[in-house]
Design a protein around this ligand. Structure first.
Ligand code: FUL
Length: 501
């Protein structure tokens, strides 16, 4: 141990001098300018980058609660109540595909401990239900439907298990590893493992100490491409279940310093961060927040919300399904605020996505298609920066090709001349995040009445930022990035006109 401690400064130096990584240590001797430069060079790991580009993902909360009409089961449910009459996972995935969703996460085991697969390690599972005479496996059905329809597949495995007699003892962590291993080895590729934060009281009055580090190792070994979300190192919870993210959303945030041992093991690869403390504050990664950090990591936000008031299906909520317009507003405030949306669509007692939910999802897709079909940037010529690069780079839908802007007078400018005076009320911006998240503030201006007038302004951009404003008509616009941590690279820019604003 002593040896490791003595060599720590050297190991940290290895990390800090590497070009770009998902993690950087801040040294006591670093100036504020150096800290800002370091923050600007923190980048996502390949698995985080893939996840961020999904934009839209879905949750399926399904299990005994669907049949007891509860939100949280207590683990005493009779397995016989689980009996969907028309379960069709292909329908779930077909609808999600049509809605533009790229990955789904199934609650394979919620807090009640009931397993949607025939686990060897418990009796509280589909194997003791009448569904398919106890021979069914919901996890298999969903995994196969995803594979057949080219949809990402993830699992929600609740750390809290109200059924297990082992809960509250060390043996519970072994039980958890056994189940995790079943899930990660029997169903093909798993793209995401989602650990919820709820940690209730066990039957013997003890709280369980979860062996997270051990679980992460199992996942990294068996499914190295899978993101580990929420109680995990790759993706953090945005902090609410409303669907509305932060005004200022930094994917680079302070994290607690790593143990010397972890650093030593990972010094040449990306690093698994240790999440800690309250990640729900209003602003997480501003200059003020990173100034006193010991380390910074790429740790992006996921916004989870249900299409209905509850997470599980309840018939009485059929009339409370969120409308396409409400889902649109959530989209602007989640994906449009630098996070991935995780929208819950709970299958009903038949084992199908219900009509009301399907109608709303498809209406939302139609709305998005109509609003985003005509990007006015495609009808424009780039005036600044004057270069051989031309506008298609900003509207080619490729987030890996952008324009690295040059500083002029303390700011970075993109100026466009449109083909004619045009009206718009939506601005969409994307940074090329594989180079880092850098923009701290920006203003959009239009040339009107012989001078530049402010149309809208914002702080962070990150992977995607969408701003809505009162419609404005002009044939010349400029984006002024008024503050950036280092030269920003703008990957995409869009100007749209929504009639439903
Ligand atoms: C929460 C759980 O307690 C809810 O039941 C639901 O699964 C939600 C997504 O996470 O913490």
């Amino acid at each position: 141990m002593k040896k490791i401690c003595q060599s720590l400064p050297f190991l940290l130096a290895v990390i800090t001098t590497r070009a770009q990584s998902n993690y950087v240590a801040i040294l006591p001797s670093d100036t504020e300018q150096e800290i800002v430069r370091k923050a600007a060079n923190v980048v996502p790991t390949p698995r985080q980058l893939r996840w961020q580009q999904l934009e839209l993902t879905a949750f399926f909360h399904f299990g005994v609660n669907t049949f007891t009409d509860k939100e949280w089961g207590d683990g005493t449910e009779d397995e016989k109540i689980f009996n969907p009459t028309k379960l069709d996972a292909n329908q779930w995935i077909r609808v999600c595909k049509k809605a533009g969703i790229k990955q789904v996460i199934l609650t394979v085991r919620h807090h009640d401990g009931f397993c949607l697969w025939p686990s060897k390690y418990t009796e509280h599972s589909v194997k003791n239900s009448p569904w398919e005479n106890g021979k069914g496996d919901v996890v298999k059905e969903v995994a196969e439907a995803c594979k057949n329809q080219n949809m990402g597949f993830g699992i929600y495995l609740s750390p809290w298990d109200r059924n297990s007699k082992l809960y509250g003892t060390d043996a519970y962590n072994d039980y958890f590893v056994h189940q995790l291993t079943e899930l990660l080895t029997h169903y093909g590729r798993i793209d995401e493992v989602w650990f919820d934060g709820a940690n209730g009281e066990g039957p013997n009055g003890k709280k369980q100490v979860y062996a997270f580090d051990r679980w992460y190792k199992v996942i990294r070994t068996l499914q190295p491409a899978a993101t580990i979300a929420i109680m995990g190192p790759d993706v953090r919870w945005v902090g609410t279940e409303s669907g509305y993210g932060r005004e200022q959303e930094w994917s680079v945030v302070p994290v607690s310093a790593l143990s010397a041992e972890t650093v030593a093991k990972n010094s040449q690869t990306s690093v698994d961060i240790k999440f800690s403390g309250d990640m729900t504050a209003d602003v997480l990664g501003s200059r003020e927040k990173i100034r006193s950090a010991k380390a910074l990591a790429w740790y992006p936000a996921e916004t989870d919300v249900s299409i209905r008031p509850g997470w599980f299906y309840h018939q009485k909520e059929d009339s409370e399904v969120k409308s396409p317009e409400k889902l649109m507003d959530i989209y602007y405030n989640s994906v449009g605020k630098n996070s991935v949306l995780l929208l819950n669509i709970p299958p009903d007692r038949e084992g199908l996505l219900s009509d009301a939910d399907v109608k709303s999802l498809l209406g939302w897709r139609a709305l998005r298609d109509s609003i985003f079909k005509d990007n006015l940037v495609k009808r424009s010529v780039l005036q600044i920066p004057a270069s051989k690069q031309d506008v298609p780079l900003l509207d080619d839908g490729n987030v890996q090709t952008g324009i690295t802007l040059k500083e002029t007078g303390g700011e970075y400018i993109v100026q466009l001349k449109l083909d004619a005076p045009r009206s718009f009320n939506i601005l969409q911006l994307q940074e090329e995040i594989s180079k880092g998240q850098r923009v701290e503030s920006f203003v959009l201006e239009g040339f009107q009445g012989g001078r530049w007038e402010k149309i809208t302004e914002g702080s962070t951009i990150g992977y995607k930022r969408i701003l809505k404003f009162k419609a404005c008509t002009t044939d010349q616009v400029r984006l002024r990035i008024t503050s950036s941590r280092l030269q920003p690279t703008l990957a995409e820019m869009g100007l749209y006109h929504s009639l439903k604003n």
